[in-house]
Write a protein that binds this ligand. Structure first.
Ligand SMILES: Cc1ncc(COP(=O)(O)O)c(C=O)c1O
Length: 416
């Protein structure tokens, strides 16, 4: 199944071997996925952070199986499940109205286009990944809008302040929060800039929403006008949601799609939202992740390996000193069956119990053993921190820098 021989037109993000061939996992259970040879991997990728409860969670599986029999609503029309899911989302994330979609990409696009129509203003000031839609491709020239009226400020609040000097043209600022490379002070300043300019703030919480706690991860820091969540709401099932003021989201009245009432998806969302509303799965994830991190940091230190770890137990990212060490690190992890999301954020699931964690810790110690050639090599520097952060946030990590440094960093990182 090489790129040239695959029937699939897309090249989806997923674990791949060194030849870029997708790894095939015929089965999965809890924290483990099993490949075609029968080898069991511990999954830190979890469908890019969508599998919060673990693979094949029995509660969700039971709800989905029942819905598949036709006993819990129909794809043809409205069912009580629609109202249940909307009410749960409203209770957790707020908003006067809530819209439902199938993917994060579709929901964010619909949200910002609705705000643009409602405000009658042309520009969107954006930071972070918002999905595969070409509308988000940066223009060739920093601070210039692309053909879709989107200007990327790459999480640099100095650039944002410049762009907000003409707020009457700005429909919204849309950011994808990252809690590994941005501090609470960054969000407070972002909120201040938007409020002062009188500009709508959209939080694309597709990845982080409902994962850090029972609601939006930036509810207090940003109090976003419009929010989008997805990965935290259905343990990998295809659903996403938008919420906000009725006046700003009125254009969503035009939205309908054939699978809107599909009952297995609504059943999954209902079951997962009931669980995440307790905050319990998020606590389990955080604690399991913290325990793994304590072990990983010690094992890296004991082996004198220049690899930092950004973030916390909820989401974390390895920061190796060089790209060469980074390649070697993920190769060694693959050999030991630790399925990391290469170069990106790692996310454990609530299925990481004591036995899984002990297994993961032993495997990680062996990963460090495989990297002895890099023991005592040059430490992680600012360049490495910016490079790795860019991989996960499509922008610049928070750090003191002047305008010249920002421009030089953007020139280099956009070019890579
Ligand atoms: C912040 C953010 N926004 C939007 C998306 C797009 O979501 P999807 O892949 O479900 O279309 C992602 C996906 O990773 C994301 O992390």
């Amino acid at each position: 199944m090489t790129e040239n021989s695959s029937l699939l037109a897309e090249f989806p993000t997923c674990p791949r071997d060194t030849n870029d061939r997708p790894r095939v996992f015929p089965s999965a259970s809890g924290a483990y996925v099993t490949d075609e040879s029968g080898f069991r991997w511990i999954d830190f990728d979890n469908a890019r952070g969508s599998i919060l409860l673990g693979h094949g969670d029995p509660d969700v599986a039971e709800a989905v199986a029942r819905a598949a029999t036709g006993a819990a609503g129909t794809a043809t029309g409205w069912s009580p499940r629609v109202d249940a899911v909307l009410e749960r989302l409203h209770a957790l994330c707020g908003g006067e109205v809530v819209g439902l979609f199938r993917s994060g990409t579709a929901a964010v696009r619909a949200a910002v286009l609705a705000v643009r129509e409602a405000t009658g203003r042309p520009l969107l000031l954006s930071a972070g990944y918002h999905g595969y839609d070409p509308m988000w491709y940066p223009s060739g020239t920093p601070l210039e809008p692309n053909a879709d009226g989107v200007v990327d400020f790459f999480f640099d609040l100095g650039l944002l302040a410049e762009l907000l000097r003409a707020p009457e043209r700005v429909a919204a600022v849309v950011v994808s929060p990252d809690h590994m490379h941005l501090s609470p002070a960054w969000y407070r300043e972002l909120r201040r800039l938007c409020s002062r300019a009188g500009v709508v703030l959209v939080a694309d919480e597709v990845k982080v929403g409902l994962r850090y706690g029972a609601g939006l991860s930036t509810a207090e820091l940003l109090a976003p006008d419009v929010w989008v969540v997805a990965k935290g709401m259905a343990n990998g099932h295809a659903v996403s949601a938008v919420g906000g003021p009725r006046a700003l989201l009125r254009p969503l009245k035009e939205v309908s799609f054939t699978s809107f009432f599909e009952p297995t998806i609504l059943a999954a969302a209902d079951a997962v939202l009931r669980r995440v509303a307790t905050g319990e799965p998020q606590r389990a994830v955080r604690e399991a992740g913290e325990r793994f991190l304590r072990h990983a940091r010690k094992a890296l230190g004991d082996a004198s390996l220049p690899v930092e770890i950004a973030g916390d137990g909820t989401f974390f990212q390895f920061v190796p000193a060089t790209e060469e060490l980074e390649d070697a690190f993920y190769r060694a992890a693959n050999a030991e069956g630790l399925l990391f999301y290469a170069g990106d954020n790692q996310g454990v699931s609530a299925a990481f119990d004591d036995a899984v964690l002990t297994d993961a810790e032993q495997r990680f110690t062996r990963v460090c053993g495989r990297l002895s050639a890099y023991a005592g090599t040059a430490p992680v520097d600012e360049e490495a921190r910016y490079r790795v952060a860019w991989n996960v946030m499509d922008g610049l990590r928070e750090a003191d820098r002047d305008r010249g440094t920002t421009e030089a960093l953007l020139a280099r990182l956009l070019d890579d």
